[in-house]
Design a protein around this ligand. Structure first.
Ligand SMILES: Cc1ncc(COP(=O)(O)O)c(C=O)c1O
Length: 477
């Protein structure tokens, strides 16, 4: 690609599209993660380019030659690590076009097309997730940021109700704000609480059951009739088991003891909230979730939007606007109905809505439900394949997550509690490369985490991956 005249922007884009096309054509072949040689070859990116800049075509060539082989194939159907979604074809293609547009969605005046699609896409998600009419939703970088945005909004609203203006007076000397979370709340919620100045030592941690669901009786004991302003944080979709907290029981209790209006219920539903968009027989998993005050979710996980794309939603729009508004003399058009710089933490922001619009417009309600359902069935299939061979599945599979613990084989003598063997199986699977699965500790036991979040995954992918896991198990014991 070196030499000759400098390619135009359009020519560069065509070359990038050609390289991307080659990448996606091969994404289902080979390993799910790069091999050691591909990672070592990353040293070939010239470290002196800052002082000796490259022609754009050469930079692109390096990205293609060195970068593509070292990319983790989260989009190839056999990546089951973390809760990393794949990428929807229409969403990916739309993001390429949106990249060329280079829109800033801080204000509608900066991008009428972005603002228009943002209004549509957020309304569709509110609808799909079954959130109350009038809910205000806004895209952000991910569920961590969505949690932080909602927690700051809740903090300000609860303290305002108690007669304290956090914006004006800060937190020093503020009335007490109680916080209750489930013991299994995602780490990003604790990070958000800390960043919001709410002090993790002040949190009442409510115990959970064997599936990671908050215990309603323990919650009732923790938040009683005498509760003052309280931020309650529960979750849809435990990051290990996929189980959700009993939202209806939590909110019924708050109502029964007469403190609902002094409590703000926030739901972290980074992926689990999408159960509400599933076929009717899976929606019960998040029953009552619509009665909360705010929600955090991701589009880059289960919806398979490109990174980075989360969403915060708040039932009372005025609270989000009050917490997130800003003003400056040069800012024009902030009085628009959806000035995004006033609906979240960021001012300048990517047109995240564009790929999301494309995904939702092409899949439709039924397509989203089908994708969610298929991932759940595939997680169940994966777990059953392992269980049939004697692997212990640590919690019933209800969503797209499963946990596996590896003991000795059926006729072999037990040498430990399976932790060392489980770690060895995971390491062997990762080294072999057919599939990628990560590790966790679940209620004191090491476990392999299986997350089916790439909606291009097929039954054949799951079977290949399960075979690879069983081969690895046989090889290490
Ligand atoms: C339940 C839950 N909450 C929050 C997060 C954080 O999401 P993000 O990585 O988009 O910030 C995750 C990520 O896995 C999650 O599973």
């Amino acid at each position: 690609m070196t030499g000759g005249s400098r390619p135009t922007k359009a020519e560069l884009l065509a070359r990038a599209a050609e390289a991307a096309g080659r990448y996606v054509a091969a994404e289902r072949d080979g390993r799910a993660s790069p091999d050691a040689d591909a990672v070592a070859a990353l040293a070939g990116f010239p470290a002196d380019a800052l002082d000796h800049p490259l022609p754009a075509a050469d930079a692109l060539d390096l990205l293609d030659r060195l970068g593509s082989p070292a990319a983790v194939r989260t989009t190839g159907g056999r990546y089951f690590g973390f809760v990393n979604g794949g990428v929807d074809p229409a969403g990916l293609a739309a993001s390429v076009l949106a990249g060329a547009w280079d829109q800033n969605l801080a204000l509608p005046v900066m991008s009428p097309v972005g603002a228009h699609l943002d209004t549509m896409a957020t309304a569709w998600i509110v609808d799909l997730l079954g959130l109350p009419a009038g809910t205000l939703a806004s895209f952000c970088a991910g569920a961590t940021v969505a949690n932080l945005t909602a927690i700051v909004t809740a903090r300000d609203a609860l303290l305002r109700q108690a007669g304290w203006d956090v914006r004006a007076r800060g937190l020093a000397g503020a009335p007490p704000l109680a916080i209750a979370t489930s013991a299994e709340i995602h780490a990003s919620v604790n990070k958000a609480l800390a960043v919001a100045g709410l002090g993790l030592d002040t949190v009442t941690v409510v115990p959970t059951d064997g599936c990671g669901r908050l215990d309603p009786a323990a919650f009732a004991a923790a938040v009683g009739p005498g509760a003052g302003p309280t931020l309650v944080i529960v979750q849809a979709g435990n990051v290990n088991t996929g189980h959700s907290d009993p939202f209806a029981a939590v909110i019924d209790h708050l109502e029964a003891v007469g403190v609902r209006d002094r409590c703000w219920v926030h739901v972290d539903g980074a992926f689990g909230l999408w159960a509400a968009a599933a076929a009717p027989d899976r929606r019960h998993l998040v029953a009552g979730v619509d009665r909360a005050d705010s929600w955090a979710t991701d589009a880059h996980k289960w919806l398979n939007a490109p990174y980075d794309c989360g969403l915060v939603a708040v039932a009372d729009p005025a609270t989000l606007r009050a917490a997130m508004s800003m003003d400056a003399a040069y800012v024009t058009g902030a009085g628009a109905e959806r000035p995004l710089m006033n609906l979240g933490l960021q001012m300048s922001q990517a047109a995240r809505a564009v790929p999301v619009w494309a995904i939702l417009a092409t899949r439709g309600r039924a397509g989203v439900a089908d994708a969610v359902e298929r991932c759940c069935q595939l997680a169940d299939r994966f777990a059953r394949r392992l269980a049939d061979a004697g692997v212990t599945i640590l919690a019933p599979v209800v969503l797209n997550q499963a946990l596996a613990s590896f003991g000795p084989g059926p006729d072999e003598e037990r040498v430990d509690n399976g932790d060392a063997l489980t770690d060895a199986v995971i390491a062997a699977v990762q080294a072999e490369g057919t599939a990628w699965l990560g590790a966790t500790t679940w209620q004191g036991r090491r476990a392999m985490r299986i997350s089916v979040s790439d909606t291009s995954t097929t039954e054949a992918d799951v079977d290949r991956a399960a075979d690879a896991v069983l081969r690895a198990w046989a090889s290490v014991r």
